[in-house]
Design a protein around this ligand. Structure first.
Ligand code: N01
Length: 550
């Protein structure tokens, strides 16, 4: 028997859970289909040693319930992965979400039945679920990238990817461990693995900028002060370009308006604050290459101070502009390379050629290993969506439509795919903001949209081609005014061989949220709204209640 719901939500990560709560408020029926054996998305899968959120815990949390905000007690500046999973469990119970979530259910295909105005959702087990609306809450960083390296299957030891870490403890004590990759996951796990393993080999292709996280127990006075006005705290954060960290200073002025001594003092001050705040030390760091070079030099100077071996320090020093790849937050990362049992292997000059039964062979030599950890990231933003065969109107394939890069209106809807919403999809600010804020904004917007459609008796909503085209230009124009596209990053899809390079997220959060609100207030401008007369299968197109702004 085929199950039928008003709404199917794909994914029970933090986005899917809030979306379920929001859909329930509309009175529509919903089912969440989740591939994993539990909820939490990123925090369910990324269980590697040292996994911790790099957004402050007071901000990396739901804001839809004042009671939830008040009762939950974060313990540290940055929450660890187990603490976030405990929070997820609390949210599931508190809002009675579990009964609408189906685990161990991987969605493999979606097909739109145009006359009926219904989606058929197919799962790996061969089951089908039918729904009017489908909301893709599949995550931006959920499709693990395991590089194709010859001989991988011959390795005699254990292989793990940070994004698919086993649920059982992995014993690394006394072992020779290799970590491939030095992005955020590698930077977090390397210092912890170094303390457990007998020998650690770090295979680095591109050095990343790692700023000190300065994690610490959360000051109870700070927690109380935030809770005294959580709504105001959220409002101030939601108005920031990164949707967060409003309680810290931002210096909007140019780095070139101060003396060298004042500049150094400012860099030191923001470095001392920890987190990504160094990027806020001057206003032109992300737009002027010369300003960017000054702060990059400052970080390279810090690396030289911390790392005792000058050759290792030089290898750890990034060359690309700072911030064009997401900066990493570390705890004792550079210090780890002063340990005699930690070895940095440069695989930019001598690439990995093969995995053998004994370990890794690069162009420069052989490394005997018991365990290989791939911290090699994700097929970001589109990987999870395109792993599903999504067929819209006239069996149009999303994979085909996005073969030259993702195209979307507001990162929420795609022409040809009626009644399908993408949460934090390409074309929305998503990964350039605090994801919890991006999730909140999309979940409330989609929830309000479903209420509007129900109240107005509208059956179908679909982004128009014109709106999608104009939005695509807007996304690339705004990125072009920044240094973001200036290096190979997963924002561009450059980490996946063969993926078209298109800057996927939108730069500019608060303006985006305002635009989404205007679109809704104007009767969903840029979307075609249709009533299906099921008796005659005729269509009535509904004009937006207000004209589009110029
Ligand atoms: O992945 P990455 P990540 N041979 O893509 C290297 C979020 N996140 O999982 O740069 C050798 O950044 C690759 O090298 P290169 C956060 O948004 C958040 O670390 O392509 N090396 C790079 O060094 C983050 O940005 C948190 O030359 C290979 C590394 O693997 C995003 O997730 C924690 C290789 C991949 O770095 C992704 O981070 C973790 C190969 N064949 C993640 N292939 C927190 O909240 C790839 N690499 C703290």
């Amino acid at each position: 028997m085929t199950d039928c719901f008003d709404v199917v939500i794909v994914g029970a990560g933090l986005a899917g859970l809030q979306m379920l709560h929001q859909v329930r408020r509309t009175g529509l029926t919903a089912r969440v289909l989740e591939a994993g054996g539990g909820a939490g998305g990123t925090w369910y899968w990324n269980r590697y040693p040292g996994a911790r959120c790099d957004v402050e815990s007071l901000e990396y949390s739901y804001q839809f319930s004042e009671e939830l905000q008040q009762e939950w007690e974060w313990t540290r500046r940055y929450a660890s992965q187990p603490e976030i999973l405990r929070y997820v469990g609390h949210v599931l119970d508190r809002f009675d979400l579990r009964r609408d979530i189906q685990y161990h259910t991987r969605v493999t295909a979606l097909g739109y039945d145009e006359p009926a105005g219904r989606w058929t959702v197919r799962t790996e087990a061969g089951d089908e679920v039918v729904a009017r609306f489908v909301i893709m809450a599949t995550g931006c960083l959920s499709s693990a990238n395991l590089p194709r390296i010859a001989g991988r299957e011959t390795f005699a030891g254990e292989i793990h990817h940070t994004g698919h870490w086993p649920h059982e403890p992995v014993d690394l004590s006394g072992k020779r461990v290799g970590v491939v990759g030095t992005g955020s996951s590698g930077v977090q796990t390397i210092p912890v693995i170094a303390r457990q393993a007998a020998e650690l080999y770090v295979f680095q292709r591109t050095a990343a900028y790692t700023l000190p996280a300065r994690d610490q127990p959360l000051d109870p006075r700070l927690r109380a002060a935030v809770k005294a006005d959580y709504a105001g705290f959220r409002e101030r954060n939601n108005a920031m370009p990164t949707a967060g960290l409003s309680r810290y200073p931002t210096n909007p002025s140019s780095v070139f308006l101060v003396s060298a001594a004042e500049r150094e003092a400012a860099f030191e001050y923001f470095w001392g604050l920890g987190g990504p705040l160094l990027l806020r030390s001057f206003g032109d760091i992300m737009s002027d290459p010369a300003a960017n070079a000054l702060v990059a030099d400052f970080v390279r100077g810090k690396i030289r101070q911390i790392v005792k071996d000058p050759e290792v320090a030089a290898l750890l020093s990034p060359k690309q502009p700072i911030g064009c790849k997401r900066v990493c937050l570390g705890t004792g990362y550079y210090e780890t390379f002063n340990r005699p049992d930690v070895h940095l292997v440069d695989v930019a000059s001598a690439p990995i050629e093969e995995i053998t039964p004994e370990g890794i062979r690069t162009a420069a030599g052989r490394y005997r290993l018991d365990v290989i950890v791939f911290a090699t990231g994700f097929d970001a933003m589109t990987g999870a969506l395109l792993s599903i065969d999504i067929r819209g109107r006239d069996a149009l394939s999303l994979r085909d439509m996005w073969s030259a890069g993702p195209r979307s209106y507001l990162g929420l809807g795609v022409p040809g795919f009626p009644n399908l919403f993408t949460m934090t999809g390409p074309g929305s600010p998503s990964v350039l903001t605090n994801m919890m804020v991006a999730i909140h904004q999309h979940a409330t917007w989609i929830g309000d949209c479903l209420t509007y459609l129900t109240d107005q008796d509208i059956d179908v909503i679909e982004a128009t081609g014109e709106a999608e085209h104009a939005w695509g230009l807007h996304v690339s124009e705004t990125a072009g005014r920044t240094l973001f596209p200036s290096c190979d990053s997963w924002y561009l899809g450059a980490n996946i061989p063969g993926k078209r390079r298109v800057f996927m997220p939108l730069v500019g959060f608060p303006a985006y949220a305002r635009r989404c609100a205007e679109v809704a207030a104007g009767g969903y401008q840029g979307f075609a709204l249709t009533r299906l007369d099921r008796g005659r299968l005729a269509r009535e197109h509904i004009a937006p209640s207000r004209s589009q702004p110029s």
